[in-house]
Ligand binder design. Structure first.
Ligand SMILES: *Cc1c(COP(=O)(O)O)cnc(C)c1O
Length: 464
């Protein structure tokens, strides 16, 4: 299987190289040259297959001949062994034709574990095969850091440094990172702000000789392998509800367009998906786009659903490439325009096509709170402020007779204050996560100094 860049100026690569490369060298995003397709019989045979085996089947479609079949099975088994629910992605019924798929039973209680747990295993395997090692460096204001740490802890070929602003993340967030004591994990508490941390990371990536010496890698959400791993739970949910003989809608709380893009990919592979419903908070660039055909960047304001507080949906470029008939020149034009002016526009014919598949709905914080409280009253389910936006969007755009699956992206205990304000209930952390409040912490306090941090990284490497 070969991969091409949305911008048309990067070499074609196979699955392994695309995984290790991340962003294409022309600034574009990789996607398959041709979508793999499953016919109805092939989809039917996936019914009742357990989650890791289903993941192996689906990921094999994107892998081609790069990674041996049994190795892929071993990687998916390892990736999903850390989940605390035996179904991995349990599907719950909320109403006659409304369901929620709980994607928060991984080690950091949010859906990003589905992609990152697999990506960690994949990185480790590919690097070991090549006799290479890499250093992942990241900055976090909270949640991404713990997901990345849990993904690569204990892996021999990967060393990770995670920078966070000292004293400026919550106790739970810090402990989710610092109670991981594996030798390849280094938490650096920087005497500064989150922006300082990000600037330090950028400076290390811009230092070409440092970057090459340590084989620096980022864990960003545009990596194709992350999208591929997310396609699996769309299949799981639709198979449960009768696919390929029954069509299904999905409603997805969206920020970077990464999660919902995986739904689009599942449809291209032959899964009968009727509608993909996008839920956004007041940072609603995507909802405005589907209403008006105009993509227009505005400032970000903080909301009850912080993981969706984004200004640019980076994965949207892959869908746009598809919508515009895979015209790389046009993508380059639009992306240049967006970088220069913060906006671009799509013609009405293409918008008509886009709206046949996608619908979008936004919720203010007030509406989000009310929806948490309503769902609790009517079903007894306690939902987090991200997932519940999917429920509200599904109620607006769902169709009678077609089951709609809301993707539940975070455990309510991760956003316990907002949930308590809406329901009066305090949600406890699941047992497997609760130990972090007592465990021993390991972190190094460092000055806001590029030289100090680079010295630490180089010294560790020399002694390790
Ligand atoms: C990251 C995240 C999202 C948004 O996912 P995208 O792939 O960026 O659209 C939604 N909810 C939660 C809880 C998240 O962590």
């Amino acid at each position: 299987m070969q991969y091409i860049s949305t911008r048309g100026g990067a070499p074609q690569l196979g699955f392994s190289d695309v995984t290790l490369e991340g962003l294409a060298s022309d600034g574009g995003l990789y996607l398959p040259e041709v979508w793999p397709r499953l016919d109805k019989g092939q989809i039917r045979r996936l019914r009742g297959v357990d989650y890791p085996a289903l993941a192996s089947e689906i990921l094999h479609q994107f892998n081609g001949d790069d990674i041996p079949r049994d190795t892929l099975g071993r990687l998916t088994a390892a990736a999903y062994s850390s989940f605390d629910h035996s179904a991995i992605a349990p599907l719950k019924q909320l109403d006659t034709s409304l369901y929620v798929m709980e994607l928060f039973h991984g080690p950091t209680l949010a859906f990003k574990d589905f992609a990152l747990q697999f990506l960690g295993q994949l990185f480790n395997y590919l690097l070991s095969q090549r006799g290479e090692t890499c250093t992942i460096i990241g900055a976090t204001s909270g949640d991404t850091g713990s997901a990345a740490i849990q993904a690569v802890r204990g892996l021999a070929a990967v060393t990770l440094y995670m920078l966070h602003p000292d004293g400026k993340v919550s106790d739970v967030q810090r402990r989710q990172m610092t109670t991981v004591l594996d030798k390849n994990i280094h938490n650096l508490a920087v005497d500064g702000t989150f922006d300082d941390c990000q600037n330090l990371v950028k400076a290390m990536f811009n230092d070409k000789s440092f970057r090459a010496r340590h084989n620096l890698t980022a864990v960003n959400s545009i990596n194709w392998a992350r999208i591929a791993a997310q396609v699996v739970y769309y299949f799981r949910a639709a198979l449960e509800l009768g696919a390929p003989d029954q069509a299904v809608n999905f409603s997805v709380p969206t920020g970077n367009f990464g999660n919902v893009l995986a739904g689009y990919v599942a449809k291209q592979m032959g899964l009968p998906i009727n509608k993909l419903i996008i839920g956004s908070n007041s940072n609603d660039i995507l909802t405005r786009f589907f209403e008006s055909g105009k993509m227009e960047q505005r400032g970000v304001s903080p909301t009850l659903s912080p993981s969706m507080d984004i200004q640019i949906s980076s994965n949207f470029e892959r869908y746009l490439f598809e919508l515009l008939g895979r015209d790389s020149d046009e993508i380059c034009n639009l992306m240049q325009k967006f970088a220069d002016t913060g906006r671009f526009e799509i013609d009405p014919e293409h918008m008509t096509e886009a709206k046949q598949l996608f619908a979008a709905h936004r919720l203010s914080d007030g509406e989000t709170s009310k929806e948490i409280s309503r769902v609790y009253r009517e079903t007894g389910e306690v939902m987090d402020p991200h997932s519940v936006i999917g429920v509200a969007a599904a109620r607006i755009h769902g169709e009678p007779g077609v089951p709609t699956v809301v993707l539940g992206t975070a455990h309510p205990a991760k956003f316990a204050d907002a949930v308590q304000a809406a329901t009066g209930e305090r949600v406890a952390l699941p047992l497997a996560a609760a130990h972090i409040m007592e465990g021993k912490e390991q972190l190094m306090k460092v000055a806001n100094s590029l030289e100090t941090i680079q010295t630490i990284i180089s010294a560790n490497r020399a002694s390790g």
